[in-house]
Design a protein around this ligand. Structure first.
Ligand SMILES: [Zn+2]
Length: 315
């Protein structure tokens, strides 16, 4: 590991040293399009490759706004996609979307949406406010997909046995569904997926950098990778949470690091993940048993394999 003094002396030199040692035992993965080693943890170098790839894809896209306040159409388009991917629990009932003005300033700044998994999704009113920085952002579509994934989780949401992987699973399911839509030719879904993967790769790398005490290197390097606009927004989120580093760490791990780690690892098991908090319902002797589904990431795998071509085609 590099020392803080060395990092301060020359970040560029430190980066070269870091990169060289990391690549020696990492193989090129044709789906992820980068070098990934056999260690299940996401190294800072692996996180950097992932972030770089999606930053480049996002830069190549013509900016696109999405209005999620037209939620009825998005819900009817996205909800069956969960069923198509094997997640059929609770899909018989409608899901409504409401806006809520978060009075608490911390929530106003940090919470995109929430649900109690009983058929009603609440989104932060800032997405609906034409004067807000959050209005019309394409990534709001991923937020809606994430909340719909919680609806699909149903009773798992309130069950302590499934809590640890609840957010990780909602992220992975939302990406699989957006990938389904992007592979079918949906421009908004493609944009939302690219931006969400970039943001979460950045945040997973931030988590790793904080854990490894590589923050100065991370900030300097990733500012160049993600560009000034994204860096400004995402770095603000880190600074705003500095009074609770433990809480920040936990959020970065649950929403960004763990889901990406699981996806990268799934290439070793045919892109199928066992143990996520995503339900399958079995009927046995008149009883309904809810268990964890073996979740196949086939659309996400296809998307990752063809993202550059798809991005060019759907731009
Ligand atoms: Zn959530």
């Amino acid at each position: 590991m590099l020392t803080g003094a060395l990092l301060k002396a020359s970040t560029g030199l430190a980066y070269l040293a870091y990169k060289t040692t990391e690549t020696t035992h990492a193989d090129y993965d044709p789906v992820l399009k980068g070098h990934y080693d056999t260690d299940p943890e996401i190294s800072l170098y692996e996180g950097e490759q992932l972030t770089s790839r999606f930053s480049k894809l996002r830069e190549s896209l013509e900016p696109l706004g999405v209005d999620v306040t037209d939620s009825e159409h998005w819900v009817s388009e996205m909800l069956p996609m969960f069923g198509f991917n094997g997640l059929k629990v609770n899909l018989r009932r409608d899901v409504s979307v409401v806006a809520s003005e978060f009075k608490d300033p911390v929530n106003y700044n940090a919470v995109y949406g929430y649900t109690y998994c009983r058929g009603e999704v609440t989104l932060n009113e800032r997405m609906f406010n034409p004067e807000s920085a959050w209005n019309g952002k394409v990534e709001n579509l991923q937020v809606l997909a994430h909340e719909l994934a919680h609806e699909v989780q149903g009773t798992m949401c309130q069950d302590i046995r499934y809590t640890e992987r609840l957010e990780e699973s909602a992220q992975i399911a939302s990406w699989e569904v957006l990938a389904s839509m992007a592979n079918e030719g949906s421009r908004p879904a493609l944009h939302a997926l690219v931006v969400s993967l970039e943001k979460n790769a950045y945040r997973a790398s931030l988590y790793r950098a904080m854990r490894d005490r590589q923050l100065p290197y991370f900030l300097k390097r990733f500012r160049k990778i993600v560009g000034e606009e994204n860096f400004s927004a995402w770095e603000r989120m880190r600074r705003a949470n500095m009074s609770d580093v433990g809480g920040l760490h936990d959020i970065l791990r649950r929403y960004s690091y763990d889901p990406l780690k699981t996806i990268i690892e799934s290439r070793k098991t045919g892109w199928e993940v066992i143990g996520l908090s995503l339900p399958i319902v079995e009927h046995a002797g008149g009883r309904v048993i809810v268990g964890r589904i073996a979740f196949k990431l086939d659309d996400l795998k296809y998307f990752l394999e063809h993202a550059e071509g798809l991005t060019e085609a759907l731009n």
